[in-house]
Design a binder for this molecule. Structure first.
Ligand code: PLP
Length: 419
């Protein structure tokens, strides 16, 4: 089935109440029929609900639906995108290991990788997504994963999937892609050979800025790599914390099974069932929304490119953009709603951000309402001019997240703000 159809139907079987909408099961715990029933559930001999930290029926529909959209084997929803990223990394690493990650990443992911993981003894080595050849020198026997974003936030780059995946496969290293900005509707990392996909569902999935959430999806190819006993011992040796379970020896997709039974159990960033329900609502019309976000963003990118005050526009599907070739190859039906542009100075950019009337000044993306951010005076305020340069953020850079308002109104708003 096509994604538009899966987004409405996958993962939900109507119960005896026959509700068309997926019910919200607001419950912390679930009753067992007998002590034996409970024992079977804990031993995975029977599948069923135990406690909402480990699983919930509403969240289960959301996980199955999202896994279907990504073409994956199983999924695990978390309380936020950062929790999904953290668990996807901790599922493979321990102190003494290293990960290799793109330079061009979401800010929270950068601080997680370079500060928080460092304190846990996990080293992050960075590469430029436009220079995948750098990877060869960074990988060794302690490298557990390669992490990158399908459309990078905030730099708006589209990596060369083929080159990165080829090197990862040569060494049998798991690849993890953050597909938040592209969404499963525009990019299918698992089809491109990636092993695990993560998302912040706080963005385009809810679509209206309603709730925080994240999700991890395991692709079919993950297990083959996890069978490597020396690189991934935790999947091949008995887990003493789960009565000697060997994750690779169960019939379940091992990456998600371990993330759920070990990490979610012990660290607990489980989603609220209500938030899972909101994400299910969001998925129903994601295919339509993302088309409109992409169409309006491209129209605005073209308009900006011909504006006399604009030095440069970054949008992957704008002809001449350095990501154009990769965007054409790896994105289907659009490049999503993020774009950025540069004007002459800090003051000029700040004036534009202060003068818009429809765009909101917010540090979020993927809302139905359009958003403007001037990184140099907000998110990147603490950085010096040289540090801004290194981060790829010029003082006159403005980032836009294009919403679902009429594109004529958005252009008129920018025009008056830039006059
Ligand atoms: C927002 C975002 C995250 C973090 O997600 P939260 O839900 O805010 O924790 C991770 N990656 C990308 C690309 C994002 O845009």
């Amino acid at each position: 089935m096509k994604k538009e159809t899966l987004a409405l139907h996958a993962g939900y079987t109507k119960d005896e109440q026959k509700t068309m909408a997926v019910p919200i099961y607001m419950s912390t715990a679930y009753a067992f029929d007998s002590a034996e029933h409970a024992a079977n559930l804990f031993a995975l001999k029977e599948l069923g609900n135990i406690y909402t930290r480990i699983g919930n029926p509403t969240t289960d529909v959301f996980e199955k639906r999202f896994a279907a959209l990504e073409g994956g084997e199983a999924a695990l929803a978390t309380a936020s995108g950062m929790a999904a990223i953290t668990y996807s990394v901790l599922n493979l690493c321990e102190a003494g290991d290293n990960i290799v990650a793109a330079n061009q990443l979401y800010g929270g992911t950068v601080t997680l990788f370079t500060h928080t993981l460092k304190r846990l003894g996990i080293e992050a080595r960075m590469f430029d997504v436009h220079k995948p050849e750098q990877l060869e020198d960074l990988l060794d026997e302690k490298t557990k994963l390669i992490f990158f974003e399908s459309i990078t936030n905030p730099s708006i780059d589209v990596p060369d999937f083929e080159a990165i995946v080829a090197i990862a496969n040569k060494y049998g290293i798991i690849t993890i892609v953050d597909n938040t900005v592209a969404t499963p509707m525009l990019c299918s990392p698992l089809e491109l050979g990636v092993d695990v996909v993560v998302h912040s569902t706080s963005k385009y999935t809810t679509g209206q800025g309603l709730a925080l959430g994240g999700i991890i999806v395991e692709g079919r190819s993950a297990k083959e790599k996890l069978l490597d006993k020396s690189r991934y011992p935790h999947f091949n040796e008995p887990d003493a914390s789960y009565h000697g379970l060997i994750y690779n020896e169960t019939p379940f997709p091992p990456f998600i099974l371990r993330a759920r039974l070990s990490l979610l159990r012990d660290m607990g960033a489980a989603p609220s069932p209500f938030n899972s329900w909101l994400f299910i609502q969001g998925l129903e019309h994601l295919s339509l929304r993302i088309k409109q976000h992409s169409q309006s963003a491209l129209a605005i990118a073209k308009w900006l490119a011909s504006h006399p005050k604009v030095k440069k526009v970054n949008y992957p599907l704008l002809e001449g953009d350095k990501n154009y070739k990769n965007a054409k190859k790896y994105l289907k039906g659009g490049a999503s709603g993020l774009l950025s542009f540069e004007v002459d100075s800090f003051e000029e950019a700040k004036k534009i951000a202060d003068s818009v009337k429809i765009f909101s000044r917010v540090v979020n993306i993927g809302d139905s309402k359009s958003i403007i951010t001037h990184p140099a005076s907000t998110t990147h305020q603490q950085l010096s001019a040289e540090e801004l340069e290194l981060a790829g953020v010029s003082e006159g850079l403005i980032r836009l997240s294009i919403g679902l308002e009429a594109v004529e109104d958005l252009i008129a708003d920018l025009e008056q703000a830039m006059s």
